[in-house]
Every structure is written in C-alpha cells, then in structure tokens.
Ligand binder design. Structure first.
Ligand SMILES: [Mg+2]
Length: 256
C-alpha cells in the first residue's frame, strides 16, 4: 500500500513538474482562426461567376494541384500563385484569370472582416493560463496581417503580445525551424519541451526538424489522410481537444 501511495505521489509530483516545464507553439491561420475557409468561399463565387461546372475529376486535380503548390518552399505570394494555377486548370483565359484574381482579392478582403476564432480557442488559452503553461505563435503571415486579424479579438491579442513570431521576424520560413527556435526562447524552454500545433505539413515538419512534439489539427486545409503522411505525434479535430489530451502529451514528452 505504502509503495503504491509513494508511487502515486511521485507520479503526481512528476506530472505537475512536467506541466510547469512545457510550452505550446501554435500556428495561426487554420489553427486558431478560420482564415483558411475563405478559400472555399472564393471557389464558390468564381465557379458561379464564370459558370463553371466542375466534375469530380477536375475537383480532384485541383485538390492535388493545391497540395503540390502548398508544398513548395518559396511562399511569397503563394496564395496568388495558387489561385492563378487553379484558374488555369479551370481553363480560364488570361483576361478571365486577371478578372478572377480581382474578384478573389475583393472576396478575401470582405471575408477577412468576418473571421472567427475556432470554437474552444478562448477556453484553451484560459486553461493554459490557469495551469501556468506558456505559449507562443509561429506564423508565416506578416506582422501587419497578424495585427489586422488578431486585433478583432482584443482579449486574446493582449495575451499574445510579445509572443508572436511572424514572417517579418525571421529569415527562413516554415518548415525551417527558425521560428520555433525563436518561440522556444520566448517561452524559455528547451525544444524538447515544446509542442508545435498546426494545420499544415510545414508546421509538423518544422516541429520535427526542431525536435518538438507535434500536434496536427484538422480545422485547416489538410485532411486527416494528407497530414498523416507527415507523422505528427497527435492528430486532433481542433485545438479545443488539447486540455483533454494533456496527460497523453505529458506522458509522450516524458519519454522524449
Ligand atoms: Mg496554418
């Protein structure tokens, strides 16, 4: 009995020590905010505008093309490049493509005003605050984009001040580990005590390169089957599941 109690005490102490020495690094778009859904709206509008009928085959080809373009390392204006290629695939001529780009950028601006935090995001940050678990953000969006987006959520934005690494702060974008290394320094934690949470392969690849634990969320662009190829340590529906799996995360980290 004494042995079990001691073991239990040891476990409890160990668990709470671990809780105090881990930190989460979150991606932003598709992980905390629903900016990635804007693409679906643009697609619908363009199909309507140019009276496009898309069969399953073209739909699949566009999905593959999107996936292929998103894997490219150079991501300056990637959104524009992606749309241009999709419009080509849809057989739009040069002038139609220009028009489609203008329509897309208008929709993008309109939709950006309506962006939301995913369900449970506020609660997760409250949970981490209560536990004293540090957090940071590593995003490929620019400082201005981040300011524009997050200023809509003042409470969260206030919590995240000085904790956000944007593309403006680094020389090398994800999947290069530069941003997560900076994030770990902000949290004053070694990389093997950091958990990278993101919706895309670049988030997972970056975490793995840096030696962090990785969690993929399915709120962004990638399906479960697509993200599975990058072998994240966990795949969860959304960040809202983090409190529930925290014991498993700690268990896994303790063997890192
Ligand atoms: Mg993302």
């Amino acid at each position: 009995m004494v042995f079990y109690r001691n073991f239990f005490n040891f476990f409890v102490i160990f668990y709470f020590r671990m809780e105090n020495s881990i930190g989460f690094c979150f991606d932003l778009d598709g992980t905390l905010i629903n900016t990635t859904e804007i693409g679906d709206k643009i697609e619908k509008e363009i199909y309507k505008k140019f009276n496009l009928k898309i069969d399953d085959k073209t739909e699949r080809e566009i999905e593959e093309l999107t996936y292929e373009i998103l894997q490219r390392e150079n991501r300056n204006n990637l959104g524009l490049k992606l749309m241009w290629e999709i419009f080509k695939k849809l057989d739009l001529n040069f002038f139609q493509r220009i028009k489609a780009l203008l329509i897309s950028s208008k929709i993008f601006k309109e939709e950006l005003k309506k962006i939301k935090l995913f369900d449970g995001v506020k609660e997760v940050f409250r949970f981490l605050d209560e536990k004293g678990i540090p957090y940071s953000i590593a995003t490929t969006s620019s400082q201005k984009e981040v300011d524009d987006r997050l200023s809509k959520f003042p409470d969260l934005y206030a919590k995240l001040q000085e904790k956000i690494i944007t593309r403006t702060n680094v020389q090398h974008l994800k999947p290069d580990p530069e941003s997560i290394i900076k994030a770990s320094k902000i949290m004053k934690l070694p990389l093997n005590r950091v958990i990278m949470v993101g919706d895309m392969h670049h988030d997972i690849m970056m975490g793995k390169k840096a030696g962090t634990l990785t969690i993929a969320v399915l709120t962004g662009i990638f399906s479960k089957a697509e993200i599975l190829k990058y072998e994240p340590d966990f795949i969860i529906d959304s960040v809202a599941k983090i409190p529930k799996i925290l014991p498993e995360i700690i268990h896994k980290l303790s063997f890192n």
